[in-house]
Every structure is written in structure tokens, then in C-alpha cells.
Ligand binder design. Structure first.
Ligand SMILES: NC(=O)c1ccc[n+]([C@@H]2O[C@H](COP(=O)([O-])OP(=O)(O)OC[C@H]3O[C@@H](n4cnc5c(N)ncnc54)[C@H](O)[C@@H]3O)[C@@H](O)[C@H]2O)c1
Length: 344
């Protein structure tokens, strides 16, 4: 299989943050024939795909990937699968078994159904969380995989199954490990809430950013349009099959610096971060070595961090007519369901 031309594509988790941008990229900037989404909307939203719902080249199915019948229906007439459906890192701290069931067991089930359905390309979206904290930087594909959380462990199991299907059956799987992604439609709410959108929503409501621990933890952030484009490019790359590929921007920023940049962009440099105790299992450092993906596809991120942050700030500002209601959905300590309460 080469290229996505005319392909019928399934995106699991396509109503989520990255998935919905991938759907947009595939429909607007590739020559796919059709895109369908399966998502149970536990964290995704139809709002993310509202502009697509009436398109003839697009189909939305609400369903759970733990359900065999849902998978069989979703895979009908499909030739390419992008597998993004998952439960997140903070969810894994308060619900580890369910986290494993979705991220690992359902992935195995989807792989088996995809193999028997004769799927021509399977893009398994894993995560840099499989590595745990960096033992050296930049992090190559051979960096040890010592996850800190059940989320990281469950994502590692999923990618190990994808690789095993390739080695045992020649199944055309590609494992991709995005580092951190940010952009419009990112989550600020509950245990899905990510640092950048949480900080923006708090600042919009006049509240100081919240940083867990020293704030010297660092991440490699890439804009979601770059993530979506890179995933599509990898799906068209025959040499990527059977490989595990790291995927990020190659720039590192600490949580303290992130708060400073966002506060500056929002004209609220007066609101200094409030430091709370460290989050259990919080990875200390992540920074990609992007040599492999560059060699395979020529991929280079295009959106600068400053421009990306300005865009996300503007997007949340436009949505924030009711900033207090948004703030009410930001859980200050957002990994313990018992503490999942509003606390400005
Ligand atoms: N956001 C990041 O920074 C990041 C970094 C590395 C890897 N990833 C990976 O990218 C993928 C997408 O992440 P995201 O940030 O867009 O998260 P997200 O939560 O927005 O998307 C995941 C989607 O999966 C859906 N889902 C969850 N359980 C399901 C189930 N049982 N059946 C059907 N659908 C289900 C959710 O409703 C959601 O729409 C995930 O696989 C994640 O591990 C994300």
C-alpha cells in the first residue's frame, strides 16, 4: 500500500483533541476517499466534529472500542486505521484497571479484528509516556521504556502488541510515539486537563496558574496541526511499517517557563504560579530525537511555539464568555477522583 489516495480511513478516538484535528487534516489536505470515526465520547465531543457531520466523505459512529460488534462494524470496508482512542495519564492514577482495559486490551482486540479484516495500514498512536523520565536526551527510539504510570504501561502494552502482530503475521502496523501536543480543542477539564489549556482558562478567570512540584519538569510540545500532518505522512510511508517512531518538536520547555510565556501572551504576568505538591508519577523530562521520522518522511514541525500559544490563547478567549463555568470544570488537583473538585 502506498499513499492514502482514495483510502477509506477509520480514526478511533476521532472526536478527541488530536483525533478531530487528524480528521480535519485527512479531509482537507489529503486525497483520502472517506473518513469514519468511532468514539464513545467519554472525553471527546461532537462539537469537535460539528463542521464535518454533514459531509458525504465523513461518518461518525458513537461506540465503545471494548465492544466487539462496534469494532466489526467500524472496520467494514476500511483500508487504513489510525488508532487514537484511549484513556489518559491522570485517569490511570484513579482507575488503573479501566485504563488498561481501553488502552491495552481493547487495542489487542482491535489489532486482531483489523488483521482478520485485512486492513492495509494500522497507525498505532502510542505516547512518549512509555519511556518514563528521560535517562538521556534527546530521546531516540532505543531509549529504555520504563513507564512511570499505568497509562505509560498500558500504552507500552498496546505498542508491543502492534509490533508483535507485525512480527508474527506481517501485519502492516506502524507505532508512533507523539511527545506532548497542544492546540485548539485541547482539554482543560477534569482528569483530562492539560497544563497549557488549564493555565489559559485559569488566567482568563483571573486565577494564578497551578504548577505541581518545582515546575522544573520539562516537556517537548508540538502544535496539533503538525501532529496531524505527521501522522498522515507516516501512514503513507511504506518504510515506517514495523517501526516504532518518536515524534515531537525537538524543543524543551519547563512548566515554570510555560506559565511565564502564557501569562506574558495574555498580559497577566502579574499572576505568578501557585506551587502544589508534585503529582505522583509525573515524568521529569522529555525531549525527542526526531532523526528517524525526518529520515523516513522528511517531517519538520512548522508552527513555532510562540505562534501556537497565541492561537490557543485566542481560541480559549473567544470561548470564554462564561469563563467562570470553564473554570468550574478545571480540577485543581486533577488525578484523584476524590479531589476532583473546583478549588480556585
Ligand atoms: N495529547 C497529547 O499530548 C498526547 C501525547 C502523546 C500521545 N497521545 C496519544 O494521542 C491519542 C489521542 O490523545 P488526545 O490527547 O487527543 O486525547 P483525547 O482524550 O482527546 O482523545 C481520546 C479519545 O478516545 C475516546 N475514547 C476513550 N475511551 C474510548 C472507548 N472505550 N471507546 C471509544 N472511544 C474512546 C475519547 O472519548 C476521546 O475522544 C491517544 O492515544 C494518546 O495516548 C496524546
Amino acid at each position: 500500500m502506498s499513499g492514502l489516495k482514495g483510502a477509506r480511513v477509520l480514526v478511533t478516538g476521532g472526536a478527541g483533541f488530536i483525533g478531530s484535528h487528524l480528521v480535519d487534516h485527512l479531509l482537507d489536505h489529503s486525497n483520502v476517499g472517506h473518513v469514519s470515526v468511532v468514539d464513545n465520547l467519554v472525553n471527546g465531543s461532537l462539537d469537535n466534529l460539528a463542521h464535518r457531520l454533514n459531509e458525504p466523505r465523513f461518518t461518525m459512529a458513537v461506540g465503545d472500542i471494548r465492544d466487539d460488534a462496534v469494532l466489526e462494524t467500524a472496520l467494514k470496508d476500511v483500508s487504513v486505521v489510525f488508532h487514537l482512542a484511549c484513556l489518559g495519564v491522570r485517569h490511570s492514577l484513579h482507575a488503573p484497571v479501566e485504563n488498561h482495559e481501553v488502552n491495552a486490551s481493547a487495542t489487542l482486540q482491535l489489532l486482531e479484528k483489523s488483521r482478520t479484516a485485512g486492513i492495509g495500514r494500522f497507525i498505532h498512536v502510542s505516547s512518549s509516556e512509555v519511556f518514563g523520565t528521560a535517562q538521556f536526551v534527546p530521546m531516540t527510539e532505543t531509549h529504555p521504556t520504563w513507564p512511570e504510570t499505568v497509562y505509560g504501561g498500558s500504552k507500552l502494552a498496546g505498542e508491543a502488541y502492534a509490533r508483535a502482530f507485525h512480527r508474527t503475521h506481517g501485519f502492516p502496523a506502524v507505532v508512533v510515539r507523539p511527545f506532548n501536543t497542544y492546540g485548539t480543542r485541547s482539554h482543560y477539564e477534569g482528569d483530562s486537563g492539560e497544563m497549557i489549556p488549564r493555565t489559559i482558562v485559569r488566567l482568563l478567570a483571573g486565577q494564578a496558574p497551578v504548577v505541581f512540584g518545582s515546575g522544573e519538569q520539562s516537556r517537548d510540545f508540538m502544535h496539533v496541526s503538525d501532529t496531524a500532518r505527521g501522522l498522515a505522512e507516516l501512514a503513507s510511508c511504506d518504510e515506517a511499517v514495523g517501526q516504532s517512531i518518536n515524534f515531537g518538536s525537538g524543543t524543551e520547555i519547563t512548566m515554570n517557563k510555560l506559565c511565564e510565556v502564557i501569562a506574558h501572551a495574555m498580559g497577566r504576568s502579574d499572576l505568578l504560579p501557585e506551587h502544589l505538591p508534585a503529582r505522583p508519577g509525573d515524568v521529569g523530562r522529555l525531549l525527542v530525537d526526531g532523526s528517524l521520522i525526518r529520515a523516513l518522511t522528511g517531517f519538520q514541525p512548522e508552527v513555532s511555539f510562540d505562534a501556537g500559544i497565541r492561537e490557543v490563547v485566542q481560541w480559549f478567549t473567544e470561548k470564554s464568555a462564561n469563563g467562570e463555568a470553564m473554570l468550574a470544570r478545571v480540577a485543581k488537583t486533577n488525578w484523584d477522583s476524590a479531589l476532583d473538585a473546583v478549588s480556585p
